[in-house]
Design a protein around this ligand. Sequence first.
Ligand code: TRP
Length: 340
Amino acid sequence: MIEMKKNTVLSGVQPSGDLHIGNYLGAIKNFVDMQNDYNCFFCIVDLHAITVKQDPKILKTNTLEVAATYIASGIDPKTSTIFNQSSVSAHAELAWIINCVTRMGWLNRMTQFKDKAGADKENASSGLFTYPNLMAADILIYKATHVPVGNDQKQHLELTRDIAQKFNRDFKCENFFPIPEPIIDKNISRIMSLKDGSQKMSKSDLSEYSRINLLDESDIIIKKIRKAKTADTLMPEKIKDILKLNEINNLLNIYSGFTGIEKQMLVEKYKGQNFSNFKSDLSDILVEQIKPITSEIKKLMQNKDYLLEILQDGQNKANEVAQKTLNDVYDLVGFIRNET
Ligand code: TRP
């Protein structure tokens, strides 16, 4: 039986391609820091992944790779619950109920849908449109109180809060769903492309040089940092001037994210210099921090049975909690349940 005394955290990562340092700093690293203070559920959101086209075989490998990355980054499967979303059917079942709670107008305001659907909205899957409802289900099925997410997910979290409130009101069950709080690290939650500091670092960017993957070898990391865009100036002295230089600001965020050193301190150290020293220190830090994670991911990927066991165990633990919430929801909504 899972201890339910502590506050509950749920978060998820999509198994939609190689994970990069944006995923690590924006999400996974924070998960590691939370596991002792909260009752944590860390999900691999395979149902979300198929809102855009996926190759089924690659999806399976990517799912295992996210599990391996969670563990290699320091999430302890004994302390936290690691599982893939599709293995706990209550997520999809609650998502349907939520489809009937959320208003079209609310979904129409979601900027991520507009970004992801692009110009050809008519051809986007309807799953992509209702994506935020499934995300709300992920959170509410565990009655999560806190959700660590990147800045780009803030709007989805606000929607989740609206959904929880509407459900509680519509079905006259005040406090049934807690109103979840986002946990967003403002400084580092948005890691940008190394080629264009106005674009988010993304798995789907065509240029490999836009991102550093957690599976990149050291020489590749060094090369990518060497080629990263900077500016035709020296390192400015003032943060306010740095904020105008997207690429520099981003590299400083990465540096700060991996070392915990405040940006202001870094600026003190490198101000007035050209960027070569800074870049070489940054690649040293990245190599040093990423290498152990990379080799652990690779090792774990050789041991598929172990990963499958972790997911099975996570599924059992998650299912127990999720099923109970679903039963209560079905009762509140007015569905007849057989006793078996
Ligand atoms: N939408 C999130 C992302 O792309 C992933 C996600 C799915 C998630 N369900 C979640 C994050 C629940 C937090 C909580 O980053």
